[in-house]
Design a protein around this ligand. Structure first.
Ligand SMILES: C[S@@+](CC[C@H](N)C(=O)[O-])C[C@H]1O[C@@H](n2cnc3c(N)ncnc32)[C@H](O)[C@@H]1O
Length: 407
């Protein structure tokens, strides 16, 4: 299908579409963009001068170089596809990662959803995943430039329609996906009622469709979560990625999802506090749970299943086992040292430790600052875990266990 038909981009109010040749979408910009060499920040001045000499207008050069820079920046997130996309700096930052977006799409596909309304598609990162999964999606975006860019980014997909309009109006689809804007010029917005659109407004719309997913802040207070929702926390390589409220997916609960891997569900009302577990004395191994498990309140489930316990009340370092789980990183305990800088420095120097990875929970110490104060010199490297234990705050010297080893 041709560009103009593959995404029926219909500006509901004003604003140019990429077909109309708006400022950012001037075909000349796309033409120049297709001819530019790989982005090199240090060559921008000389390149600009050369392009001016060749007769390119300065707004065209500026728009093309901006896109070239953003594409280079977007490679980490979108890989080679970035070369075929258009971005704004903010929208790139807010865009879902492709592996998370693929997860969103798989949930709708598994529920048999074929028509989806997307509220606030930005530059269309989630929309791409929906379209790639074969889900018919009407993606709405209030911001005219983002709507334009999303339309361009979706140009290869017949089943995707991008509209510059209010995503919450006239919903006729079976399902809804919303990713409210959670930042403003001052930074992160904590109160979900200040998100755009506000969480309660999205939830109201979500209750009128069969299945709905709403991306939320991973650190959201449980009290904001609907009692009948399944709420997921996604992580990748030990990094918390995002959280989603799902409605219409059956049994309520909280779930930790390792992207591309295992998941663990804690059934029950997701707005209730997480169950606490009695601590136990530190054994030979200390386990660091994946952040998705911690945020999903799954520590009690993990402890019950694997015979583990926290090393101190409310501390998400676990001990016991031996345990193997994709949700745990195990460290064998070499020594338990006093958490006093002079003594610690002496102990570490005596072990010839010069490179130190510092992890911490439940102690108010900045690892980088502590590392520089310790003034270590040595040829060996080590990991130090700063944490309360049952007998007070300690520095636990550990060695990381290989992921699949039996401790
Ligand atoms: C976090 S961004 C979405 C990012 C997108 N999921 C992606 O992966 O690229 C949120 C977007 O919602 C848009 N928005 C906010 N309220 C809206 C509404 N009522 N209708 C349509 N778009 C809206 C904002 O302009 C913003 O671009």
């Amino acid at each position: 299908m041709s560009l103009s038909r593959s995404t029926a981009h219909r500006p509901a109010s004003k604003g140019p579409s990429w077909q109309d040749g708006g400022v950012s979408f001037d075909p000349l910009v796309l033409d120049l963009l297709s001819q530019l060499p790989s982005y090199d920040g240090s060559a921008v001045f000389s390149l600009t001068a050369r392009l001016r000499e060749e007769g390119w207008a300065s707004e065209v050069i500026s728009a093309a170089l901006t896109q070239s820079r953003l594409r280079a920046q977007a490679k980490g997130k979108f890989g080679s596809r970035a070369e075929r996309m258009l971005f704004t700096a903010d929208a790139l930052e807010q865009a879902s990662r492709p592996d998370a977006a693929a997860h969103h799409a798989s949930v709708f596909a598994d529920a048999g959803i074929s028509s989806l309304r997307e509220v606030g598609c930005g530059i269309g990162a989630d929309t791409l995943a929906f379209a790639q999964a074969g889900i018919g999606v009407t993606a709405r975006e209030l911001d005219p430039e983002r709507a334009d860019f999303a339309a361009y980014n979706l140009r290869d997909y017949d089943g995707a329609v991008v509209e510059q309009a209010d995503g919450l109006a006239d919903i006729t689809e079976d399902a809804l996906w919303a990713d409210p804007a959670r930042r403003d010029p001052h930074g992160r917005i904590i109160n979900p009622e200040k998100w755009q659109p506000p969480l309660s407004v999205v939830l109201e719309a979500a209750r009128r469709v069969r299945v709905a997913g709403i991306k939320i802040a991973p650190g959201i207070d449980y009290s904001h979560l609907p009692q009948d929702a399944m709420v997921e926390w996604l992580s990748s390589r030990g990094e918390l990625v995002e959280s989603i409220i799902w409605l219409g997916r059956g049994t309520p609960g909280r779930r930790a999802v390792l992207l591309g891997g295992a998941s663990l569900t804690v059934p029950g009302n997701p707005s209730k506090p997480a169950e606490m577990v009695e601590p136990a004395p530190l054994g030979n191994v200390i386990y660091e749970p994946d952040p998705a498990i911690i945020r999903a309140g799954g520590i009690a489930t993990l402890c019950a299943t694997l015979d583990l316990a926290p090393v101190a009340p409310g501390i998400a370092y676990l001990t016991g086992g031996p345990a193997r789980s994709p949700f745990l990183t195990g460290f064998s305990v070499t020594d338990v040292l006093p958490l006093q800088e002079k003594k610690l420095s002496r102990e570490l120097r005596s072990r010839d430790i010069g490179t130190l990875e510092i992890k911490k929970r439940g102690v108010n110490i900045a690892p980088d600052a502590l590392r520089s104060r310790l003034k270590l010199k040595g040829s060996r490297s080590a990991t130090l875990i700063l944490t309360p234990l049952l007998d007070g705050r300690k520095a636990v010297l550990v060695e990381r266990l290989p992921p699949d080893s039996e401790p």
